[in-house]
Write a protein that binds this ligand. Structure first.
Ligand code: BES
Ligand code: MN
Ligand code: ZN
Length: 486
C-alpha cells in the first residue's frame, strides 16, 4: 500500500537529477547526440534518461515547451522514470513544487490484490516545498483512489463507515452512525428505502461526523457524499457493461472523506460537518420499486421513476440533514449521472452552483492547482423536469432524455441547505483509459481545488499559501484550463 511519504521523500544521497529541457535547445556534445538518437526534442512531457560513462542512468531530462509547465506534468514523470531516487534540478520554485505534488499523485498504484507490492520511483521534495502539506494532499487523493479501487465486496457500507471512523479518530472528530431500521426512526427514509434490499448483512447507514462544532464563531462547512457501495441499478437493473464499474459509486463518499482529512489535518479555522449516505443499491424481495413514492427527510415526497436514479434519493436526506446545521458553505460530491460523462467526458467534472462568488473561487482554485472542473447551469427552465404526477418530485426526469446531469443537479437543489452557498460536483471518480500517471481506476477529482479554495477563504494569509501548482494562474472567471498532456 503506497503512502505519499514513500514516493515524496525528504532526502536521498543517491538521488539523480531531473533537469528541464526547455524548447529542446541547449544540449551539447554526447547528450545532444544521445537525444537525437532517441528522438528527444524536448516536447512538453517528453522524457530522456541520459546514461553516464558506465551506462547507468546519470540524469533525466524532462521536456518543457514554451508555455508554463503543466501543473500535473509530474504525474507522467512518476510513471516513466526508472525505479530509484530522483531530485529536481534547474527548475523555478513554483514549477518544482507543482512537479513534486503531481509526481506523488502519478506514483499511485493499487496493489492490494497483487502478490508483489508496487515499487514506484521516489522524488526528493524540492527546496522550499512544505513537504508535509504536499504529502497530506497526495495521501488524501491516494485514499480516495484506494477506496474507489477496492471491490464492492471489500468496500461495503460497513467498510465505508470504518474509513469514516478512522478519519474521525485521527483528527478528534465526533462520529455518529445510524444504521438499518434505525434510519426510519431517525428520519432518513430515503436512505433506508434505497439501501434496505441489502440489509441486514450490508445494511444502509447515514454517517455524520462533526469537528470543531463548539467554535461557534467559525464558519460552518458541510460536506456531503454519495456512498453507493455498489450500484446494480436496483430493480431497474443495469446492463452488464453499465454495471461493471459500479464499485466506484461510493466515489463521492471517498471524496468527502479525503477532503475532510485535508481540512482537519490543516486545522482550517472552520467548523466541519461531514455527511455520508452509505448504501448498496441491491435487488431483493425487499427492494424499493419503480412507482413507489418515498418520503424524504425534508418532507417532500418522491415518486421513483427509476430505481437506478438512487444517488439523488439518498443525497436528498443527507443534504436536508446538512441544512439543519445552518451551514455557511455546503459541498457535495457524487458519481451522480452517466450524463455528466456524456456532456464533459471522464476528466472534467461538472460543477453546479448558484453562488457566483463560490463558482469564481472554485474555478480559480481549479486552474491554480490543475484540478479541472467545468461550471454547468442550474437552468431554471428545466425545473419542471423534477416534478411528478402523484408526488412532489420524481427522481428520473423521465420526459427528459437529455440534460441528465443538469436535471439531477436541479433535483439536489430542492434539498440543498437554504443557508449559505451550495455547490455540487458530479464526479466520474475514474480513469477509464490508462495514461502515464493516470492509471486506469479510481481518481480523485475536485478535492484539491476545493481544499485550495477553502484554504484561501479561511486560512490566514500569513500561514503561507505559496504552495505548488500551476505557474500560470488564469483570472478568477476563467474556465480556460489547458488539458493535461497525453
Ligand atoms: N451511479 C450512476 C451514475 C453513473 C453511471 C456514474 C455511470 C458514472 C458512470 C447513477 O446512480 C445512475 O445510474 N444514474 C442514472 C440516472 C437515470 C436512471 C435517470 C444514469 O445516469 O443513467
Ligand atoms: Mn444508479
Ligand atoms: Zn449510482
Amino acid at each position: 500500500m503506497i503512502a505519499a511519504a514513500d514516493v515524496l521523500i525528504a532526502d536521498s544521497e543517491a538521488a539523480l537529477p531531473v533537469r528541464p529541457a526547455r524548447g529542446g535547445s541547449g544540449l551539447e556534445g554526447a547528450v545532444a547526440a544521445w537525444a537525437a538518437a532517441n528522438d528527444f526534442v524536448g516536447k512538453p512531457g517528453q522524457l530522456l534518461i541520459v546514461p553516464g560513462p558506465a551506462g547507468a542512468p546519470d540524469h533525466a531530462l524532462l521536456g518543457v515547451g514554451d508555455a508554463a509547465v503543466d501543473a500535473m506534468a509530474g504525474r507522467a514523470l512518476a510513471a516513466k522514470l526508472p525505479v530509484g531516487d530522483w531530485r529536481l534540478e534547474g527548475w523555478e520554485p513554483a514549477e518544482a513544487h507543482g512537479l513534486a505534488l503531481s509526481f506523488a499523485l502519478g506514483a499511485y498504484r493499487f496493489d492490494r490484490y497483487k502478490a508483489k507490492p508496487a515499487v514506484p520511483p521516489r522524488l526528493v521534495g524540492p527546496e522550499g516545498l512544505d513537504l508535509a502539506a504536499a504529502q497530506a494532499v497526495a495521501d488524501a487523493c491516494f485514499r480516495v483512489r484506494r477506496m474507489v479501487d477496492t471491490p464492492a465486496a471489500d468496500m461495503g457500507p460497513a467498510e465505508i463507515e470504518a474509513e469514516a471512523r478512522e478519519v474521525a479518530q485521527a483528527h478528534g472528530a465526533s462520529i455518529q452512525v445510524t444504521t438499518g431500521d434505525a434510519l426510519l426512526k431517525a428520519n432518513y427514509p430515503a436512505v433506508h428505502a434505497v439501501g434496505r434490499a441489502a440489509a441486514p448483512h450490508r445494511a444502509p447507514r447515514l454517517i455524520e461526523m462533526g469537528w470543531n462544532l463548539d467554535a461557534a464563531d467559525r464558519p460552518l462547512v458541510a460536506l456531503v457524499g454519495k456512498g453507493v457501495a455498489f450500484d446494480s441499478g436496483g430493480l431497474d437493473i443495469k446492463p452488464a457493461a453499465g454495471m461493471r464499474n459500479m464499485k466506484k459509486d461510493m466515489g463521492g463518499a471517498a471524496h468527502v472523506l479525503g477532503l475532510a482529512r485535508l481540512i482537519m489535518g490543516a486545522k482550517l479555522p472552520v467548523r466541519l460537518v461531514v455527511l455520508v449516505a452509505a448504501v448498496e443499491n441491491a435487488i431483493s424481495g425487499d427492494a424499493f420499486r419503480p412507482g413507489d413514492v418515498l418520503k424524504t427527510r425534508k418532507g417532500l415526497t418522491v415518486e421513483v421513476g427509476n430505481t437506478d436514479a438512487e444517488g439523488r434519493l439518498i443525497l436528498s436526506d443527507a443534504l436536508a440533514r446538512a441544512g439543519e446545521h445552518r451551514p455557511d458553505l455546503t459541498l457535495d460530491f457524487a458519481t451522480l449521472t452517466g450524463a455528466a460523462r456524456v456532456a464533459l467526458g471522464p476528466e472534467l467534472p461538472p460543477l453546479y452552483t448558484d453562488d457566483e462568488a463560490l463558482a469564481a473561487d472554485l474555478l480559480a482554485a481549479s486552474a491554480r492547482v490543475g484540478d479541472p472542473m467545468w461550471r454547468m447551469p442550474l437552468w431554471s427552465g428545466y425545473r419542471s423536469s423534477v416534478e411528478a404526477e402523484i408526488a412532489d418530485l420524481r427522481n428520473d426526469s423521465a420526459a427528459w432524455a437529455q440534460a441528465g446531469s443538469v436535471t439531477a443537479a436541479l433535483f439536489l437543489q430542492r434539498f440543498a441547505p437554504e443557508t449559505g452557498a451550495w455547490a455540487h460536483l458530479d464526479v466520474f471518480a475514474w480513469n477509464p483509459r490508462a495514461r502515464p500517471g493516470w492509471p486506469e481506476g479510481g481518481e480523485a477529482q475536485g478535492i484539491r481545488a476545493a481544499f485550495d479554495m477553502l484554504e484561501r477563504r479561511y486560512a490566514s494569509r500569513a500561514q503561507g499559501l505559496g504552495k505548488g501548482g500551476a505557474a500560470a494562474s488564469p483570472g478568477p472567471d476563467s474556465q480556460a484550463l489547458s488539458p493535461p498532456p497525453r
